[in-house]
Design a protein around this ligand. Structure first.
Ligand SMILES: [Zn+2]
Length: 206
C-alpha cells in the first residue's frame, strides 16, 4: 500500500485507518472508503459524529465496568435489580447476551478479559477492584461465574474462586451440558460427561 497506488495521501490514510478495524482487510477497507466517497456529505458527517460521540460520551460504569453515558450503568442504577447477586462476565457482549434472555435479575461485573497467558493477560489485568470492595462491604450473596467454557475461562474461574473464597459468599457457575436441540450422538464427550455430572431432577412439567 503506497501513495502512488492511491494518488492521494488523504485517501490512503482513510484506507489505512479502516483496515485497522477488526475483521476488515485491505480490500474491504478500500471498498468502504470508496463507498464513503460516493455518499452525500451529511451522511458521512453523521458517521464521523457517531464515532466521536462514542469516545466522548461513553464511559465504563464505576460499579460494574459495563458501558454507560453516566457514572453508573442503567442495570446497576435499576432499583428492581438484585444488587446482591453478581454475574461475572468477560466483556460487554456477554452482558448483552444474558440480558437478551431476560432471565437474570441481578447485576453484572465485567472483567474486561480472562486470564490468557498466550495473549499476555494475567490476573492483574482483570478489573476486579469494585467487585472486591462490594464483597468486603458484605453486600454480596452470590457470585455467578459466567465465563467461556474454555481453558482460559476455567483458569479464570479457579483464580476468582480462590481470590473470593474468604468472603464466604455462594459461588456458582453456569450449568454446562448438551445444548437444546443437540443430537446426543454428535455431542462431544466432554460436554456429555459434564451434562451427566450436572444432571437435574426430571420435572414432567418442563
Ligand atoms: Zn453498572
Amino acid at each position: 500500500m503506497n501513495t502512488q497506488q492511491y494518488q492521494s495521501k488523504v485517501f490512503e490514510l482513510a484506507v489505512q485507518e479502516f483496515s485497522k478495524l477488526p475483521g476488515i482487510g485491505g480490500k474491504t477497507a478500500l471498498r468502504l472508503v470508496l463507498h464513503l466517497l460516493r455518499e452525500e456529505t451529511p451522511e458521512v458527517l453523521k458517521l464521523g459524529h457517531a464515532i466521536l460521540e462514542l469516545k466522548e460520551k461513553i464511559h465504563y460504569c464505576k460499579s460494574c465496568n459495563n458501558i454507560t453515558e453516566n457514572e453508573t450503568c442503567s442495570i446497576c442504577a435499576d432499583p428492581g435489580r438484585d444488587q446482591s447477586t453478581i454475574c461475572i462476565v468477560e466483556n460487554i457482549r456477554d452482558v448483552m447476551a444474558i440480558e437478551r434472555t431476560q432471565q437474570f435479575h441481578g447485576v453484572y461485573h465485567v472483567l474486561g478479559g480472562i486470564i490468557s497467558p498466550m495473549d499476555g493477560i494475567g490476573p492483574s489485568d482483570l478489573k476486579t477492584g469494585s467487585l472486591e470492595k462490594k464483597l468486603g462491604d458484605g453486600k454480596i450473596n452470590e457470585l455467578i461465574f459466567a465465563l467461556s467454557t474454555t481453558m482460559e475461562g476455567d483458569t479464570t474461574n479457579f483464580y476468582l474462586y480462590r481470590k473470593f473464597n474468604k468472603y464466604g459468599v455462594r459461588m456458582t457457575t453456569l450449568a454446562r451440558g448438551v445444548s437444546i436441540g443437540d443430537e446426543l450422538e454428535y455431542t462431544d464427550e466432554i460436554t456429555l460427561a459434564k451434562s451427566l455430572l450436572n444432571r437435574t431432577v426430571f420435572e414432567a412439567s418442563s
